[in-house]
Design a protein around this ligand. Sequence first.
Ligand code: SF4
Length: 501
Amino acid sequence: MNAVRLETNTPQFQNDLADVVRLLLGPCEVRPDAGGIVLRHTHAQEGETLLERCTLEGDLPRGGALSRLCREEGGLLVREVRAAAGEGGPLAEKRAVKRAAKTCLFELLGATVEKLPPWGSLTGIRPTRLLYEALEKGMTVEEGRSWLRDTFYVSESRTGLLAEILAMQEGLIGREPKEFDLYAGIPFCRTRCTYCSFAAGELGDGRRVVPYVDALIREMELCAEMARERGLRLRAGYIGGGTPTAIAPEQLRRVIEAAQRLYPGAREWTVEAGRPDTIDRAQLAMLREMGIGRICVNPQTFHDETLRRVGRAHTSEDTLRAFALAREMGFGHINMDFIAALPGEGREDLVSSIRQAVALAPESITVHALAIKHSSKLNEQRYRQSSPEEAQRMVEEARALLEGAGYRPYYLYRQKYMAGNLENVGYAKPGCACLYNIDNMEETAPVLAFGAGAISKWLFPGRDDGGRDERIERAPNVRNIDEYIARAEEMAQRKIALVTQ
Ligand code: SF4
């Protein structure tokens, strides 16, 4: 399908409704002025009741999974939904309208497909939030799972995944007052992966490493005084990328040393070493000296043919060597990342990669589903994703293998344009979960984020008088490296303004 016309009297939700269309009808353009299939949504409110009505005009199959909820009326397929208006401030009200509108459209289009997607009508990135929301309303986990199934059509398998994640997060989620996380980004890579969502110009070529590190340290210095004055305390630190270990160890040491000196007291530090071909004895020795407890060695796959195809300049041999070296040098927490549905890979390829990883016994393993972002080479190449069913079989088999080997899911997030509308899941052995990942994915701790493209987030509590909802505000840094180097002080001021407003 090329294009679908979508008209709504709530234009502020046009993009959210378009996501629902793509969720059920597959990749297509959704515009208010397209021809062919026509979808109309109208929202109205009577007192405390929201009234949503969606209609479908055009040639789509009918009699699908949710046809019992819809009716035919003058050649149109019609679905109407009544829902309670949200209680609380304006944000809660807006959320209630958006949810009702999306549900109505999902139920209408659910009459045109035989099988519903695994996450039902959910298109946001944090389904765990909904289960937490159910618990806050006094439901048990089982009642919360039923609510997710009945309200959002989330599959049994996915509500079970959420319940397992909540169990793993127990005692880890939440923070002491004034605690925050720190992220410092090193946006350099030796080659660009075909699925990478950074524009080529945003990933450095190595010649700007020293001025970049100078700017990064300057940005951290400028914010440190504000953090001290406000009594902020670091909870978890994360050096990400790019590939932090793509720069010389002495430059990476400068970044870590500055971060730890300016923001002392973290409960954990993680360095996303990432590409195995950048991990050598000198880098690992420096990380050990700096007290880094957790690193990532990311194979993505153990198939060399695929690694070549996706532009990663390393082999599975490099991964094995880097992993063995890290163990020999005493790293007790190593994470490994994999991507399901990489170009040219099927179920057996992912399964054999995960089997090899399990044999190495890293403390945590993350399984992503391939997402094709607009700025990636794969998108330029008009690469078509594996079928949703195949992608789903892959991640489900990976999950079964990992759980059978004693790993448990502990965080999850979703992105747009993912294979099969699936999810990225972090698995860890009990006691090995990464705090930063939980905080970041659940948005339960504020983050001061430094470096090109880094996005700081600050959490503001709601007001008891109902005047304002709890909210999260963001301060993004510029993505381009040259611009970042020139404007690092301004980026620091943005962060200070965010925190001190
Ligand atoms: S390692 Fe990550 S940041 Fe670097 S090119 Fe690949 S996807 Fe992009």
